[in-house]
Design a protein around this ligand. Structure first.
Ligand code: PLP
Length: 449
């Protein structure tokens, strides 16, 4: 692509004058003006190209501008750009059918939303109406979205400014052996103690007051912590025992990211409700939804569901989903994610961890990996404190800047960097990105003890 700094300056000027950005102090940010994107890369107006190890916000599972999906969106736009949700529309019916075909168990009815947060909102509303109970349990170290209920379910600092204590949410600790809250030394101990802690929470909150337990199948933004064997099955059993709706949030982990269609498939667990968004159509057009079990669908068989959205099942978004799911099957993109993780990313990150004093732990699967950066491998003290800002965050800022200087756009959250490229990233692209990551970790190493 030809550099065009003048056009870039105009884009940037209008952005700075008028665009109000998410999660930001508006005058302290400096957004990059992006001129284009293709596959695993994007570029700016100065001709600098970046390998995107973030997949946007972990959503472009098939990369940018897949020609077949772009063509399907154009075709749908030419035929029926939009239509109201109360009608049966081909793109919507077909997207629901293809999604239901892939979701585990009897999650066969699909309620479409505009994204992940509103999927979570509706899942919780369905659970409350189905059980007639008020509370929801969710995990610390989680992210469920930016709307009022979803951000209150979230177990990270983004909740704090919006939490007035009326959301009916109780937080608990999910398992995470590397930073165990249960003084565990093995996965078996971590699993058993985390389940005991969850059951204690249920009993002491009053099991009859709890509508739902919501978990990210594999927590994403909070650090890609793979649950130990038996944990999710244990949560499923507790939900069955106490009549609680089990909600799995697959907004980030779903649609190929883990090397399976859904992360739930890795653990053979079937929730009562499952939320999705992002990878369902690689974010080409906003779309999310809730996959609903037979029992919960039955609750709303003759009683109206009191919720809806103008754009529920928007034809353009659904056509993008149909094309995305078709392309993922045709090109075995889910299998590719599994193979890339197992044979390239996993071994390479383990090798980086052995060489870099700043890498405390590597964990992940498929194209869903985290490096936990530390000051000291022995003490596991994080490279920056929890929720650090400004000077306290200097080591992670320096790491991020070094990656970008080497042509890699990194995912950075607190003391972690995540390796989350598209599911169809090539071996050559992964190797290029890992070389840049290697160089950036040398900068992080300077901040170790
Ligand atoms: N749930 C999870 C697990 C997520 O990772 C996200 C977004 O990152 C959301 C929900 C919210 O999705 P959205 O930003 O589309 O509302």
């Amino acid at each position: 692509p030809q550099p065009n700094p003048q056009a870039g300056a105009a884009v940037k000027a209008a952005d700075r004058a008028h665009v109000f950005h998410s999660w930001s102090a508006q005058e302290l940010i400096d957004p990059l003006a992006v001129a284009g994107a293709e596959g695993a890369y994007f570029w700016d107006y100065d001709g600098r190209r970046y390998l995107d190890f973030t997949s946007g916000l972990v959503f472009t599972n098939i990369g940018y501008q897949h020609p077949k999906v772009v063509a399907a969106i154009q075709e749908q736009a030419g035929r029926m750009t939009t239509f109201a949700p109360a009608f049966a529309v081909e793109a919507r019916s077909e997207a629901a059918r293809l999604i239901a075909e892939r979701t585990p168990g009897d999650l066969d009815k699909i309620f479409f939303t505009n994204g992940g947060a509103d999927a979570v909102e509706h899942a919780v509303r369905m659970a409350r109406l189905h059980t007639g109970r008020p509370k929801v349990l969710s995990a610390y170290r989680s992210y469920h979205g930016g709307t009022q209920q979803a951000v209150n379910l979230t177990g990270d600092p983004r909740r704090w400014p919006s939490d007035n204590g009326t959301a009916g949410v109780v937080h608990f600790w999910a398992p995470f052996l590397y930073r165990s809250r249960f003084y565990a030394e093995t996965e078996e101990q971590e699993c058993a103690r985390a389940l005991q802690h969850l059951e204690d929470t249920i009993v002491f909150e009053g099991s009859g007051t709890i509508a739902a337990i919501i978990l990210e199948t594999i927590p994403g933004t909070a650090g890609i912590m793979i649950p130990p064997p038996g944990y999710l099955a244990g949560v499923r059993a507790l939900c069955d025992q106490y009549g609680i709706v089990f909600v799995l949030d697959e907004v980030m982990a779903g649609f190929g990211r883990t090397g399976e269609w859904f992360a739930a498939d890795l653990f053979d667990v079937v929730p009562d409700l499952m939320t999705f968004a992002k990878g369902v159509n690689s974010g080409y057009v906003p779309l999310g939804g809730v996959a609903i079990s037979g029992a919960i669908a039955e609750t709303f068989a003759t009683r109206p569901y009191p919720g809806g959205l103008t754009y529920s099942g928007h034809p353009l978004a659904c056509a993008a989903a149909v094309a995305t799911l078709t392309v993922m099957a045709e090109e075995d993109i889910v299998g590719q994610a599994a193979r890339t993780g197992e044979s390239i990313i996993g071994p390479a990150l383990t090798e980086l961890a052995a060489r870099h004093p700043s890498v405390g732990e590597v964990r992940g699967t498929g194209v869903f990996w985290a490096l936990d950066l530390v000051r000291d491998k022995e003490t596991r003290e994080p490279l920056v404190p929890y929720n650090a800002a400004g000077e306290a965050n200097a080591p992670m800022a320096a790491f991020g800047a070094a990656a970008k200087a080497n042509g890699l756009w990194p995912f950075v959250n607190m003391n972690r960097t995540h390796v989350v490229p598209p599911c169809n990233v090539t071996e050559a692209e992964v190797k290029e990105g890992l070389a840049a990551l290697d160089a950036a970790l040398t900068v992080a190493d300077e901040y170790t003890e």
